[in-house]
Design a protein around this ligand. Structure first.
Ligand SMILES: [Fe+2]
Length: 206
């Protein structure tokens, strides 16, 4: 009886998700990396427009660098909380499978995409504020285009919702959620670490 609302798009945000001193250490590491790592610099020049990313050159920072291992470990309880909140069956293991850092310079923009096969993807923001570009979450029903008939506070009113970014905040969602990043309209660099987590169950499909 009454309203049945199917196919929600879950997005989880958590502020102060890592300690301030850790965040400062991480920011310094990423800036040094962006100035010295030739592989990331060259890959970014070719594919990444206005910015530097280890995506494409090194997506396994959590395995190779202890500071990213520490980040993956620190984020895992938040991933668990997110999965609990969407009533996922508690997995035997939650494991970070990809982690890479990004620096998005002024005027940069990141187009719409998904993260295939990831139970929980997202970004931990090292240095970010809304002027540097918020995260857009896109309507999976691209062809709906009927937002005009809904009141502004209806969850059906818009085909794109944005989530405010902030330093030390983590935003996460299942990998199927279509997202993009707004243009960096500030004169500062937006710095973040993106990730994919997978879940494992106690069966032969592990
Ligand atoms: Fe993404």
């Amino acid at each position: 009886m009454g309203l049945l609302l199917f196919y929600p798009t879950p997005v989880f945000e958590k502020e102060d998700s890592m300690p301030e001193d850790f965040n400062q250490k991480l920011e310094k590491w990423i800036i040094d990396y962006s100035q010295t790592n030739e592989e990331a610099i060259n890959w970014s020049k070719k594919f990444y427009g206005k910015g530097v990313t280890s995506y494409g050159s090194d997506q396994k920072l959590h395995e190779k660098e202890s500071i990213f291992g520490e980040l993956a470990k620190g984020l895992t309880p938040h991933v668990k909380e997110f999965l609990d909140s969407i009533k996922a069956v508690p997995p035997k293991e939650i494991s970070c499978i990809d982690m890479w850092c990004t620096i998005n310079k002024p005027a940069s923009i990141h187009p719409r995409h998904i993260h295939p096969l990831s139970a929980c993807s997202g970004t931990y923001y090292v240095n970010a504020d809304p002027e540097m570009g918020n995260l857009n979450i896109h309507d999976p029903y691209d062809n709906r285009a009927m937002g005009a008939m809904f009141q502004p506070d209806s969850p059906l009113a818009y085909d794109t919702y944005s989530v405010n970014v902030k330093s030390r905040k983590v935003i996460m969602f299942p990998g199927w959620v279509s997202h993009s990043v707004q243009q960096n309209l500030s004169n500062k660099d937006r710095i973040g670490v993106s990730f994919n987590f997978r879940v494992f169950y106690d069966n032969e499909n592990k």
